[in-house]
Design a protein around this ligand. Structure first.
Ligand SMILES: NC(=O)c1ccc[n+]([C@@H]2O[C@H](COP(=O)([O-])OP(=O)(O)OC[C@H]3O[C@@H](n4cnc5c(N)ncnc54)[C@H](OP(=O)(O)O)[C@@H]3O)[C@@H](O)[C@H]2O)c1
Length: 287
């Protein structure tokens, strides 16, 4: 009989996320061991506790979820955890990263776009493209073959993001663009068929009057008024507004939740999964 499914939650925040714990239980974990305030130097002992208890054949029933509000800190915890597994003896457990919901949100947003537009021929603009969610959206779109403009108030900041993605995605079509003035924004939007707004909460990045005629799909991930794309409702989910299909943050959130649960469930299928943005997106394609 399979062992009870234990999810070990590594969270860099002072209190481990209640949201992530609830989703873990709803996704089929029998027990959630939550660790808060986790630093990279704490990870080795936590991973050893996971891999040295059950035998290799039962390790698929133990898995690690890396969360917390700081995505950069989460990436470090994930890298550290992977470093301390011992795959050559089968001593490893499956692991996923979803700090600040960045991977599941980005995956769900790109999936939403892909329902309405062929991604490989899309001309995309990611507004707020330098944040953790925007960077992942840009990366996933680039992998799908889209032509991607990465927007920032400072073009130089977007250029750093493009460089990082180009290092990971061969032949990516990426262009850093500034969006701080109306003229810059108009140039960034020109000819774009897809806009995904991943800007900070409560900031309008795309006023209605600035929408280009070429726009086919507009997706906003900001749920805090004022919303990121003026004219798209927070609960809109594939709403057609005079030829522009729109999604608001809650409209995308439904898929995000499904992806989050599917990702956790998949961790318990084997002990060798590593779910970052790309692997999470593969799960999103099913929804
Ligand atoms: N539904 C969900 O579960 C979920 C999960 C995660 C995130 N979200 C939402 O997704 C969005 C992106 O998240 P995130 O964590 O990546 O965002 P973030 O890091 O807070 O912000 C993203 C980008 O927005 C730009 N920005 C910040 N302040 C601004 C201002 N005052 N004016 C104009 N631009 C500004 C910055 O880019 P530049 O400095 O380069 O201009 C920043 O890199 C947020 O709205 C967040 O609430 C939703």
């Amino acid at each position: 009989m399979d062992k009870r499914r234990i999810l070990i939650q590594l969270d860099g925040d002072a209190h481990a996320s209640v949201f992530d714990r609830v989703v873990a239980i709803d996704a089929g974990a029998d027990e959630v061991f939550s660790y808060a305030n986790v630093k990279p130097q704490d990870v080795q002992a936590l991973v050893h506790g996971a891999i040295f208890t059950r035998g290799p054949k039962d390790l698929k029933s133990t898995a690690i979820f890396v969360g917390g509000s700081d995505v950069g800190a989460g990436e470090k915890l994930m890298a550290e955890a992977i470093k301390h597994m011992i795959p050559k003896f089968g001593l490893r457990v499956s692991i996923m990263l979803d700090a600040n919901g960045a991977n599941t949100t980005a995956a769900a947003a790109v999936r939403a776009a892909g329902r309405h537009i062929e991604l490989k021929s899309a001309k995309a603009l990611v507004l707020g493209g330098t944040g953790p969610v925007g960077q992942r959206v840009a990366r996933l779109l680039a992998r799908e073959g889209a032509d991607v403009r990465v927007g920032s108030r400072q073009q130089a900041k977007a250029a750093v993001v493009c460089q990082d993605i180009a290092g990971r995605v061969p032949n990516a079509m990426l262009h850093p663009v500034g969006t701080s003035s109306n003229d810059e924004l108009a140039a960034a939007l020109e000819g774009r068929t897809l806009v995904i707004a991943a800007g900070a909460a409560g900031i309008v990045l795309l006023p209605k009057a600035a929408r280009p005629a070429s726009l086919k799909v507009a997706i906003d991930l900001n749920a805090v008024p004022p919303l990121g794309i003026e004219g798209i409702g927070v609960t809109d989910k594939g709403v057609d507004q005079a030829g522009v299909i729109g999604y608001g943050a809650i409209g995308v959130g439904d898929t995000k939740m499904k992806v989050h649960k599917a990702a956790i469930a998949s961790l318990f299928e084997s002990n060798d999964k590593i779910l970052d943005a790309e692997e999470t997106y593969q799960l999103a394609i099913g929804f």
